[in-house]
Ligand binder design. Sequence first.
Ligand SMILES: C[S@@+](CC[C@H](N)C(=O)[O-])C[C@H]1O[C@@H](n2cnc3c(N)ncnc32)[C@H](O)[C@@H]1O
Length: 277
Amino acid sequence: MPVKDDLPTPIRDNHQITEAMTDLYDRYYTSHEYEKRYPKPNQGTLHFLFENGAREAKNILDFGCGSGRYALPLLQQTNARLTGFDISHAAIAELSRFLQDNPHAERMRLFEGDAQILNGQGDYDMVMLMFGVLSHVGDHTARLATLKQLRSLMRPEGKLILSVPSIFRRRPFELFAAHWQRMTGKARDTQKEPGNILFTRNIDKQAHQFFYHLYSVAGLRAELQEAGFAITALSPESLLPEWMITQHDLLGKLDEALLPLLPAALGYGIRAVAVPA
Ligand SMILES: C[S@@+](CC[C@H](N)C(=O)[O-])C[C@H]1O[C@@H](n2cnc3c(N)ncnc32)[C@H](O)[C@@H]1O
């Protein structure tokens, strides 16, 4: 298999990753391509949130909330106060528009930009990082800093609920290419960490590079442990790709029914609940 020797991208350090993710998600939400690709929440994941405390929670932070795929149904179906945060201005602008005629809007507040804005704002009994948000944050150092920040915003009995892309199900070519770069000594900065990949997707007719850290169950457990969390529940996020099950209700129902047969590590994503240790 031919493998390019050159780094495929100028995205190398954590700062460049955040800038690139902000630009691409701004475009993703402004063009409405995100909502077209993922028009609904994953119903199994929504049930997972309810089974793991969303109904009882009083104060929820949805970190990387996007345009509210999970925050809006939670606002509708619980009495919790919700805080939505995203690095993308377009995501928060879109979510504000959705809130304009929402009778529960006074229970929701929104923040955008630098995550430091959340410091001192929180006493959350649930924090969500849904559908790969943590994977976009950067290398291990950056992800650890984010997890520690979120832990500091949580009540001692609070729950962190997250879903991350599985290393066994996603982007084998890019994983191999990244592995090759490391083997040949060509990987630099964030690309030196196993599991970190870059891939290109066209958004609104323009090529964009995504940064992802892909997780094994063991890797997720170790990272959460280092940040002061212990995993209390694990499950696969879906068998089929997220776009397929959120665009087709029947496939979504079938997928959810099959999930108990699938080990968490073999899900398209891995869902976890973690508590401060
Ligand atoms: C795949 S989307 C998931 C959005 C939403 N949670 C959902 O399930 O639809 C990833 C989101 O993470 C946000 N994001 C990327 N890097 C981030 C960071 N460093 N801090 C906070 N949010 C980030 C993006 O702007 C985007 O909205």
